[in-house]
Ligand binder design. Sequence first.
Ligand code: ZN
Length: 219
Amino acid sequence: MTAVLTIDLADVDRYADALSAAAKAIATGDVVEAREIIGPIAFERWEGRLRYAANAGTTSDPVERRARDVTDRMRAQVFLRDEMTCTYCGGRCIPRNVLVAFSDLFPDELPYHQNYRRGAIHPMYWALAPEADHTLAHARGGTGDIANLTTLHTMCNARKSDSLVTELPTVDRPAHVVGWDGLLEAYRSIVALGNSHGRRHSAAGYHRRWLRHFSLEPV
Ligand SMILES: [Zn+2]
């Protein structure tokens, strides 16, 4: 097991490259090869100090309370519109539901914890999973519709807190990856292989719902 304390854009690429290659093996039904491919990123555990922004604040905080008006269907639409790319750092995103499907298939190598508990979750969730965040915070008069939502990595969202994206320090953005789909094309085969070989982390119907949100056929 490897404890990971910090993540940056290099990790985004490292995880996205490994998972992309693994998805190709999974599409051919080759679990053994997929497990080998994720070897270099396997058994990492997040031990860093980022705070999960979606759980931040209290229930009396109006920003958090109103942010819940964003539905999963809206999130899916925002991620698709932004081409599965973080609008802050420019790095590739892979939606959480796709990462959970990987964790279902490889529960020990790529652990998942739904509350992002330190020591119990793979850092790829911080590095890759996008959040649909408000471009203009509610507290500053922003609305909850899709035009006011933008795609941010969980780590970039946590660093942003309630400041504006435009107020964050600029980063050297990587070249835009043309045609990046967040591995959505492979999602069904990862779920199918997880069903037959893995251990489910989520409630029954979780993947079925997300397939529908992304307008994909059921498994
Ligand atoms: Zn980012």
